[in-house]
Design a binder for this molecule. Structure first.
Ligand code: PMP
Length: 384
């Protein structure tokens, strides 16, 4: 028999049974009253999760679709843009912007470093006339969660639009779109929003809709204006992935019912338990050793261990899916995602699996302490 499967990656993530059950309901027509009611509720709930009174546009795409839509709708060829990049997803912004003919000025960091608002402010003072600043809230490749509030504040004097990749962070760590002056935030369904992959969202501030806000870049499916007008009438521009919208609506209802602040606190605590457990085993963290790292814990593979081998053996032998490092970090780090439908018992399972897997590979680790330490830290935090 194949081993039982555990999905502990920073996306896609495990989906609650209520959400899976919603996916199994009969398909509804996207222009029927049945669907319109759900569509409307889902769009309203998205606004609450993004903490915005502006529109949240919903696309059938993965998160990168929302990111591409931001570049296509905001930037014209030749526009100067600034990208803050400290990992794989910061680099994605650079690639998309270059593909659309933007003149990209990158504020680049070593992977694993935390971006600084002062560096961004200094770059913006030089790069006058920047049309937009592209940020990554949770850099999933490294585990670093950037201070978007400070980075948005540093952008404000320049007048550039603030665009945030919140694909792995929305619903896991605070993002206050309106209060922080975020013009566009992009996300996807398959991370902390506890829904299968396939839906992308972009919140778009009122400032962006001004007449001068329009760009000359070509676009069709991802044209924001068309989608906004369609959503206003609850008459989707194209056939949406209706079953996914039904599922997302259930997941958002669960998140909002539990409370966003409570969700953020749970993620902080799970991150803390994961870090302390890993350290107790004798492992060294790659992601920051503080509560900002609430999305994914990145851990250095111990001496002599290839992280890729650890990840594949945990999957094949124990059914536990973790994530390898990306690009030059492949084989060097492994990542435990703890977002969405995730609790302390998942942390215990993930750490238990890492302990077994590393022991199988002959690594020198301390046995029998990681799970105990993680549970202790969780219990201490949960009591506060
Ligand atoms: N940005 C970040 C921070 C991500 O974690 C991901 C997915 N790993 C993406 C963008 C891309 O999203 P998708 O794979 O849904 O296109």
């Amino acid at each position: 028999m194949a081993p039982k499967r555990y999905l502990f990656t920073p996306g896609p993530t495990t989906v609650p049974p209520e959400v899976l059950a919603a996916m199994a309901e009969p398909v509804v027509h996207h222009r029927s009253p049945d669907f319109r009611a759900i569509y409307s509720e889902c769009l309203q709930r998205l606004k609450q999760v993004f903490r915005t009174s502006s529109d949240v546009l919903l696309f059938t795409a993965s998160g990168t679709g929302a990111m591409e839509s931001a570049v296509a709708n905001l930037c014209s060829p030749g526009n100067r843009v600034v990208v803050v990049s400290a990992g794989s997803f910061g680099e994605r912004w650079i690639q998309i912007a270059e593909r659309y003919g933007c003149e990209v000025q990158a504020v680049r960091y070593e992977w694993g470093e935390t971006p600084s608002a002062d560096d961004l402010a200094a770059t913006l003072r030089q790069a006058s006339g920047a049309r937009a600043v592209f940020l990554t809230q949770s850099e999933t490749s490294t585990g670093v969660v950037a201070d978007v509030q400070a980075l948005a504040a540093a952008t404000r004097p320049s007048g550039a639009h603030v665009v945030v990749d919140a694909v792995s962070s929305l619903g896991a760590v605070p993002l206050d779109v309106d209060a922080w002056g975020v013009d566009v935030a992009c996300s996807g369904s398959q991370k902390a929003l506890m829904t299968p992959p396939g839906l992308a969202m972009a919140s778009v501030s009122d400032a962006v809709w001004a007449p001068e806000g329009s760009s000359s870049s070509p676009r069709y499916y991802f044209d924001w204006d068309r989608t906004r007008r369609a959503q206003e009438k609850l008459d989707a521009a194209f056939t949406p992935a209706t079953s996914l919208v039904v599922a997302l609506n259930v997941a958002l209802g669960m998140i909002l019912e539990g409370g966003l602040e409570q969700a953020f606190e749970r993620h902080r605590l799970l991150g803390r338990a994961c870090r302390e457990g890993a350290k107790a085993m004798g492992l060294e963290l790659f992601s920051p050793d503080d509560d900002s790292a609430a999305v994914v814990t990145a851990i250095k593979a111990p001496e002599g261990v290839d992280a890729a081998e650890l990840v594949s053996q945990l999957r094949d032998r124990y059914g536990v899916q973790l994530a390898n490092g990306q690009a030059h970090l492949k084989g060097k780090i492994f990542r435990i995602g703890h977002i969405g439908y995730y609790d302390v018992f998942d942390i215990a399972t993930a750490l238990g699996a890492v302990e077994l897997g590393l022991a199988d590979l002959g690594a020198e680790i301390e046995r029998g302490v990681a799970v105990t330490r993680a549970l202790e830290v969780y219990a201490e935090g949960a009591r506060v």
